[in-house]
Design a protein around this ligand. Structure first.
Ligand code: CAA
Length: 388
């Protein structure tokens, strides 16, 4: 844990310590097993719900824990430090599913769609990407057509975290083709709706215990009341929700980096070569110094983004740049630190006997999902240049 002086309340310390203890006691013993099998860890995810980790910022009236963004970030870092797969399920549930409904949902939608997911009894997902529409999210082809008192959805979505296990999904579809981003609308879909199914499951390099798949919509009829926001508002909703999500991924990356750093530090203190502890060699010591420094900088950027988001809750201020900077720097730090940790461990870093190789595999995705590093640089530079 960092020595950064930060204005943590007793509540912040409590959730951080609770998440740390939970992760060490309940997740650590099963993390390697689920990584190896690629199975979804239903039991521990359910327990995380019981602990209140699946809807941390959702008010208690809607089934959540009623805490702030800093509390969310602290808990997510601790979970991800032990296992990034559990971390991403928690992140998507909290920031990609709940945050959008909380901000854009009607009272009826909040009452119906938040409690099961925020309480952790059900799992939520967010579905934007399509096979031919990734970073260029505005080019999606999936189509929703108004038909009486409902919408008929058709299309194929891809790379949906928790896709195969989700009970509820926020999905983005084109309602006015030809209008590009302004033709996109957001919808809430329940798992058992006829015409809705999960497709191909992805076999991934890392975060293997999280379930990622396609989602298929074949003449899937949903009530018009399941439209989130107005027709044409979908792209802005998707982007606003991703601003939230990117803070979650920054916290996840911080957790992975912290785990890799602590493993490398411990190994550098113990392992001897050429008659001394390897940490005494400058080649290792300087690596540790860079790892520590980048983690501390990531932490400050992530906390700063969390505080910016907290301020935005009472107004319409955006925290897009803060979230993008935190996600960009923390994810590249996770990759840098995990890469260095494998190197410090030498052969042992490459072995499945230790979790270091898992940290390395898990770190990579943080530079890709919820906007690649290139997209974060685009977002930051456009905002700085006043182009958007
Ligand atoms: N908040 C609110 N509004 C926003 C916004 C934000 N963060 N970003 C853009 N907008 C608004 C703009 O103001 C603009 O509105 P006006 O037309 O009224 O001016 C409108 O949205 C269109 O914006 P752009 O012209 O900037 O849109 P663009 O097509 O150029 O795209 C982009 C910008 C940054 C490249 C965006 O498409 C993007 O972020 N792409 C990456 C998508 C992404 O992160 N995908 C990951 C999906 S989730 C996932 O990874 C799976 C998972 O399950 C975890």
């Amino acid at each position: 844990m960092s020595n950064v002086l930060f204005p943590f309340s007793d509540e912040h310390k409590m959730i951080r310590d609770t998440a740390r203890d939970f992760a060490r006691e309940q997740i650590a013993p099963v993390a390697a097993e689920f990584d190896e099998s690629g199975e979804f860890p239903h039991q521990t995810i359910k327990k995380m719900g019981e602990m209140g980790f699946m809807g941390i910022e959702v008010p208690e009236a809607y089934g959540g824990a009623g805490m702030d963004t800093l509390a969310y970030v602290l808990a997510l870092e601790e979970v991800s430090k032990v296992d990034a797969s559990h971390g991403v399920v928690m992140s998507v549930n909290n920031s990609l599913y709940c945050s959008g409904i909380l901000k854009f949902g009607s009272e009826d939608q909040k009452m119906k769609f938040l409690p099961p997911v925020a309480s952790g009894k059900s799992i939520g997902a967010y579905s934007l990407t399509e096979p031919m529409s990734g970073s260029d999210a505005g080019t999606m082809k999936s189509r929703a057509v108004l038909d009486g008192d409902g919408y008929i959805l058709n299309g194929r979505k891809s790379w949906v975290t928790s896709g195969p296990v989700a009970d509820y999904v926020v999905v983005f579809m084109m309602t006015q083709p030809g209008q590009k981003q302004k033709g996109i609308t957001a919808f809430l879909v329940e798992k058992d709706t006829p015409g809705f199914s999960s497709g191909k499951k992805e076999h991934k390099l890392g975060i293997r215990a999280s379930a990622t798949s396609e989602l298929l919509f074949e003449d899937c009829r949903i009530p018009a009341a399941n439209r989130l926001g107005a027709e044409g508002d979908g792209f802005k909703i998707a982007m606003t929700v991703l601003d939230n999500g990117r803070i979650g991924i920054a916290a996840q990356a911080l957790g992975i980096a912290g785990a890799a750093y602590e493993a490398a530090l411990a190994y550098a203190r113990e392992r001897e070569a050429f008659g001394q502890k390897i940490g005494q060699f400058q080649g290792i010591g300087f690596k540790l110094a860079d790892m520590k420094t980048r983690i501390e900088a990531s932490r400050l950027l992530t906390y700063n983004a969390a505080l910016a988001k907290e301020r935005a809750k009472t107004g319409n201020e955006r925290f897009t740049t803060e979230a993008a900077m935190a996600k960009l720097f923390a994810s590249e730090t996770a990759m840098f630190v995990a890469h260095a940790a494998v190197q410090v461990h030498g052969g042992m870093g490459y072995s499945k006997e230790l979790p270091v190789e898992r940290y390395f595999r898990d770190a990579k995705i943080t530079e890709i999902y919820e906007g690649t590093s290139e997209i974060q640089r685009l977002v930051i530079s456009r905002n700085e240049l006043g182009l958007k």
